[in-house]
Design a protein around this ligand. Structure first.
Ligand code: SDX
Length: 432
């Protein structure tokens, strides 16, 4: 059968392009030779219509609300004991770990959980009110100063080691940022604790006082990190791939990803959602007013936690988190009448029955309910996006590696349509 082609007719010319078909039937027109052969480009400012890579990591069907990590539906990770590190290993290596592989990776995490002692001073020199995401990005980039052995990755073993180092240390860095902001002493990681329990220990234990991690909180944190672990070519993952395409090291690329995630339209939305719910609860605005403002084109307010570039159906992660809110909040604290959860429910009810949201296919996304769970774990609102980053880190690393391993991989360098001045002359100062 002859190869299927797309034909573009322009200026009396017919140009043919190969067609790419994904394993789930997604279709792409391969224009990778368009400029080289025809000195033309396509114009797609937010890349909403442009595939920038072939990937085998995560699959999303936005119409059907499907999300799969390496082919496994996200719903199958919601078990009795959700295991973030197992999901992270799957994203990094392409397969679920055997017992031995899992044990070996856990050992790598433990071996790398401490920060270089000199990194502590980075936290001391910033104001206590410094934005946690600024500190997190700076600290991740700073790791390159203390771990130059990880700047060049020669083989898979080095890759798994640096992946474990980043995934382990981001936890310690996040906890140190929190402790510093509260004027509390740093709590060092405990090598006898599992990933999430160790993080909670570093965040909340008090020297010499007994601290017991609640299994419900530990399970809920594993679930939250799993649900945030990867999401194909989202803004921050695309940033990590772009930075990595210049052969920048993994620390620098992930530090850039953190900066992209910080934006209120992306990972920063979980903070905006909580502030929105608090604003309604404190009496500033009602849910109905919120909906009105969100629909008002003259008002820059958006219903944060709603809408998605890809999902034109309920975000499967939001569904899981919504259900978890009932279950987990009830087990963590008495939430029979949690005002913010009730407000969130009311907002969802109003939006899902309003033609503005229905017509635009705006549904709750991952950020709409996540903050309610994080708040129940005593995570402060200004740390919510840091929590998103901890969860997303394995996905960023997997995306970086896929870009890094591309045979003949080229630097990502988009073109433009120039709309500026045609040629003109420099005007000497005397004539201006
Ligand atoms: C994440 O890409 C990913 O995968 C991201 C993520 C991940 O896991 O990495 O899923 C995580 O970032 C989730 C999204 C978190 N952001 C928010 O909750 C912020 C609120 N949502 C939006 O700003 C918006 O929906 C985006 C940014 C999420 C998507 O933006 P798009 O695809 O560019 O959509 P758009 O802005 O063009 O909106 C289309 C229409 C517009 O109205 P019209 O011009 O057609 O009249 O829908 C409106 C928008 O004004 N709209 C909203 C809205 N979201 C879109 N109106 C009110 N409230 C909203 N939340």
């Amino acid at each position: 059968m002859s190869e299927e082609k797309a034909v573009l007719s322009i200026g009396g010319k017919k140009i043919e392009f190969p067609i790419l078909r994904g394993t789930e039937g997604d279709v792409a027109i391969d224009i990778s030779k368009l400029y080289e052969e025809h000195r033309m480009t396509t114009y797609d400012p937010s890349l909403a219509n442009t595939a920038v890579c072939k990937s085998t990591i995560t699959y999303i069907d936005g119409e059907k609300g499907i999300l799969r990590y390496r082919g496994i539906p996200i719903e199958q990770f919601v078990t009795e004991k959700p295991n973030f590190i197992e999901a992270a290993y799957l994203l990094l290596s392409g397969h679920l770990p055997t017992r031995e592989e899992g044990e070996s990776f856990r050992q790598r995490l433990t071996n790398n959980e401490l920060l270089h002692e000199n990194m502590r001073h980075n936290f001391r020199n910033v104001p206590t009110a410094a934005p946690p995401m600024a500190q997190l990005s700076a600290s991740l980039s700073n790791l390159a100063c203390f771990h130059r052995e990880f700047l060049v990755l020669d083989d898979d073993d080095a890759f798994m080691e640096v992946s474990a180092a980043l995934i382990s240390k981001i936890r310690t860095i996040a906890a140190f940022i929190y402790r510093r902001s509260r004027g509390l002493p740093y709590i060092y990681p405990n090598p006898n604790l599992r990933y999430c329990a160790n993080f909670l220990h570093m965040m909340f234990s008090i020297p010499y006082a007994h601290y017991e991690v609640s299994p419900e909180v530990e399970d809920a944190l594993n679930l939250i990190f799993i649900l945030h672990a990867d999401h194909e070519q989202n803004c921050s993952a695309a940033t990590v791939r772009t930075v990595g395409s210049s052969r920048a090291n993994l620390f620098a690329s992930c530090a850039a990803g953190i900066c992209a995630l910080w934006g209120s339209l992306h990972g920063g939305a979980n903070v905006e959602v909580m502030q929105m719910l608090d604003g309604i609860h404190q009496g500033g605005i009602s849910p109905e007013d919120c909906i009105k403002m969100a629909k008002d084109k003259n008002d820059k307010f958006r219903l944060f936690g709603f809408g998605h570039r890809i999902y034109k159906n309920y975000d499967p992660r939001a569904k899981i988190l919504r259900d978890a809110c009932d279950r987990v909040l009830a087990s963590i604290k008495d939430t029979t009448n949690d005002p913010l959860l009730n407000i969130a429910r009311r907002l969802e009810e109003l939006a899902l029955s309003d033609s503005y949201f229905i017509d635009r296919k705006l549904y709750p996304n991952v950020d709409f309910y996540s903050g309610l769970l994080l708040r129940a774990m005593n995570i402060p609102t200004n740390m919510f996006t840091v929590m998103f980053a901890i969860g997303r880190l394995p996905g960023w690393i997997a995306q970086w590696k896929e870009q890094h391993d591309l045979v003949g991989g080229r630097i990502i360098r988009p073109r433009q349509v120039y709309m500026g001045e045609t040629e003109t002359n420099f005007t000497p100062i005397e004539e201006r």
